[in-house]
Design a protein around this ligand. Structure first.
Ligand SMILES: [Zn+2]
Length: 303
């Protein structure tokens, strides 16, 4: 039997075991890490649709990336062009810092996004490089052409991400991710259907922190187009004002309430004050209920 000559040998062996564990652990951790990619048309859309969900994933140690397909260089009443695009980019990076996500902004002009082959390949590339398990985007029915075409571009990528001969410079995914649509209020040709509703009450302040970083949008442009002159001056007061606005906007509708009961059970669902909801796209992976509970670890085990 081998005997340790001294405590030094023992220490070396322990160090060796420790290094092995350090090397081996991230591999197993990576297998359970869920990778989420959210697409929006403008630098604030991802935060609005999925900011709470992102905060919950990050808190659970999962990886979230937001991608804005345009640079937001048009939507402002006093500034525009490169100066506005730069300001918007800085706001997204502040969101990245506050939420713990990655935030990429593509250099397409605001208000001019089209479902071109070039843009489709850009979307396919992002989904593959992120090795996404879940991809989230707006529905292709929307008042804003940029939102609509973001929906079309992501839908068009949903199958092609697994086809190796498409964009062969970036390895194809082995499996299609689950594709989800974000909540909206449009009724034609069909209303939004909440399939997966997530209780974001506990992280509502985090979502608010993210929205608060989009100063040029939430305190300037959006109130201006709504003819709303009630935005307070001081950062503390205006954040409170923003909170009151979003408190009602993210309250669950009766349909979302019903869907929350499915995932959380009646008792917990009754306590949800803030929610984000998603519709499963027919393209991409069609998840079972068990798949959804695995991919959305913030949902409780079957109530
Ligand atoms: Zn938008």
């Amino acid at each position: 039997m081998y005997k340790f000559k001294n405590s030094d040998s023992m220490r070396k062996l322990l160090l060796g075991v420790l290094f092995f564990l350090i090397l081996a652990f991230p591999v197993s951790a990576q297998n359970t890490k869920i990778r989420v990619l959210v697409f929006g048309a403008h630098p604030d859309d991802c935060d609005i649709s999925s900011g709470g969900l992102a905060a919950l994933y990050v808190a659970g140690g999962h990886a979230v990336k937001f991608v804005s397909l345009t640079n937001g260089d048009k939507g402002h009443q006093e500034m525009g062009g490169g100066e506005l695009a730069q300001r918007r980019y800085k706001e997204t990076q502040e969101v990245a810092r506050r939420l713990g996500v990655e935030y990429e902004v593509l250099d397409n002009h605001d208000g001019e996004l089209l479902p071109t082959l070039e843009n489709r390949l850009q979307v396919i590339k992002r989904i593959r490089e992120w090795k996404a398990d879940v991809v989230i985007a707006p529905r292709p029915n929307d008042y804003h052409p940029d939102h609509r075409y973001t929906g079309v571009l992501v839908q068009d990528a949903s199958f092609l991400v697994i086809v190796p001969n498409i964009l062969s410079s970036v390895p194809a995914l082995e499996n299609n991710p689950v594709f989800l649509y974000t909540r909206d209020n449009f009724q034609r040709p069909n209303p939004f259907r909440p399939d997966i509703s997530v209780d974001i009450s506990a992280v509502f302040q985090k979502k608010l922190d993210a929205l608060d970083a989009h100063v040029s949008q939430v305190y300037e442009w959006l109130p201006w187009i709504d003819h709303d002159t009630s935005v307070p001056q001081s950062p503390a007061d205006r954040k409170k004002w923003l909170g009151n606005r979003w408190l009602t906007r993210s309250q669950p509708t009766p349909e979302i309430k019903q869907n929350l009961e499915k995932w959380y059970g009646k008792e917990r669902a009754a306590k949800v004050t803030q929610a984000e909801a998603f519709e499963i796209c027919e393209y991409g992976k069609r998840p079972t209920e068990a798949d959804i509970r695995r991919l959305f670890p913030m949902l409780p085990a079957k109530p």
